[in-house]
Design a binder for this molecule. Structure first.
Ligand code: KG4
Ligand code: ZN
Length: 350
């Protein structure tokens, strides 16, 4: 089964083709960073307009790269949520219209399920069950994953997501948008231990997170420092160390709690080099997607959609998005398929 995947939930347009027999055939991405840079953050209306501009040419490119004609597609998967409503609507409308025109099924995919399954695109994918750490701009989640679609939330951020904390802290330190990767670069010049930041909520039981206090801590520390370039780098380092340490402690706790030996890390912050290195010290097998598939992309949506379509899942042919959509509401693959076949029988029976 060949599935076209479309991602347009925020500031990246991603299109890819996944073949359930041959694997990933192609992926194309356009990042809107330069479009939003002068505003210091994502401007939703500009994001939507740009997705509209990019979707058709990127789809052409993805098909060309895959060596396929439109008619050779068997399904279309698109990010239905969570995300910016206007941005989601562009991908949903495009995907639905294309699928309708081709007479093939279209399926709305959960963006975080896409992230969670992104390591499955690697040559040596993890085996179920595993614990997943999802760290993106909008979410920080620890999830127990016995199988695709079974997501038991072990912990989540009570305030800022990890990526959001990186971005906001970067802004406080005078860095441009998008702050996360720039702050990480700056931290590489910082000296370990020059400043010591708290590890929020690690002294309490459970796997929840709270990162918003680190932002304030950064600001106060910066204001009280001599505000030299070295101070800025040292503070960036202390912030990064605090986030990475906190994530490490909670991952260890989650693995112990569930008795799992496999950890999957995904989402934009999963591209953080320090995090990738430090998590390797856990007593577990740790899997990451390649860097390009940590941040938003169409390949993960094509994969997640293909898995569900293959098991018979389908949506009503209406353009529907869910800007807020708890991951725990998703259904296991088999169940989604069974529900679909029951639905189809009913439809056939009139
Ligand atoms: O998953 P993603 O591309 O988009 C969302 O679904 O949110 O994640 C983007 C987030 C941003 O907050 C960005 O600053 C952060 O991931 N990020 C990083 C790094 N690369 C991206 N944070 C820390 N270090 C990085 N190297
Ligand atoms: Zn994302």
């Amino acid at each position: 089964m060949r599935v076209l995947g479309i991602e347009s939930s925020c500031d990246e347009t991603g299109v890819a083709v996944y073949d359930t027999d041959a694997g990933l055939l192609s992926h194309q991405l356009f990042s809107q960073i330069s479009l939003h840079a002068e505003y210091g953050g994502v401007v939703p209306e500009l994001a939507s307009r740009d997705h509209i501009r990019r979707l058709t040419p990127l789809t052409r490119e993805a098909l060309l790269q895959a060596g396929l004609a439109l008619q050779q597609l068997d399904g279309v998967a698109y990010t239905a949520g969570p995300g910016l409503i206007g941005a989601l609507m562009t991908g949903a409308s495009f995907a639905r219209a294309l699928a309708f025109g081709l007479g093939i099924p279209a399926l709305g995919v959960h963006h975080m399920e896409g992230h969670l399954l992104a390591p499955m695109l690697e040559p040596e994918p993890p085996a179920f069950p595993f614990v997943a750490l999802l760290v993106s701009g909008g979410h920080t989640l620890l999830v127990d994953v016995p199988a695709i679609g079974c997501y038991a939330i072990l912990g989540e951020s009570l305030d800022d997501a990890a990526g959001e904390a990186f971005d906001k802290t970067a802004k406080l330190l005078g860095l441009d948008y998008p702050g996360g990767p720039l702050l990480a670069q700056l931290a590489e010049h910082g000296r370990e231990g020059a400043y010591r930041f708290p590890r929020p909520m690690t002294d309490r039981p459970g796997c929840d997170f709270s990162f918003s206090g680190l932002k304030t801590f950064t600001l106060t520390t910066w204001q009280q420092s001599a505000q030299t370039g070295q101070d800025r780098a040292d503070i960036a380092r202390a912030f990064e160390d605090a986030v990475v340490d906190t994530l490490l402690i909670k991952c260890r706790r989650a693995l112990e709690q569930c008795g799992r030996r496999t950890l999957v890390v995904a989402g934009g912050v999963g591209a953080n080099r320090q995090l990738r290195t430090r998590l390797q010290t856990l007593d577990a097998q740790v899997y990451f997607p390649r860097l390009a598939f940590c941040t938003d992309n169409g390949a993960m949506i094509a994969y997640a959609g293909a898995m569900r379509l293959l098991h018979g899942a389908s949506d009503a042919p209406v353009i529907r998005t869910r800007p807020r959509w708890p991951l725990s509401e998703l259904e296991p693959l088999a169940q989604a398929g069974e529900r679909q076949s029951v639905g189809m029988l009913r439809d056939n029976a009139g």
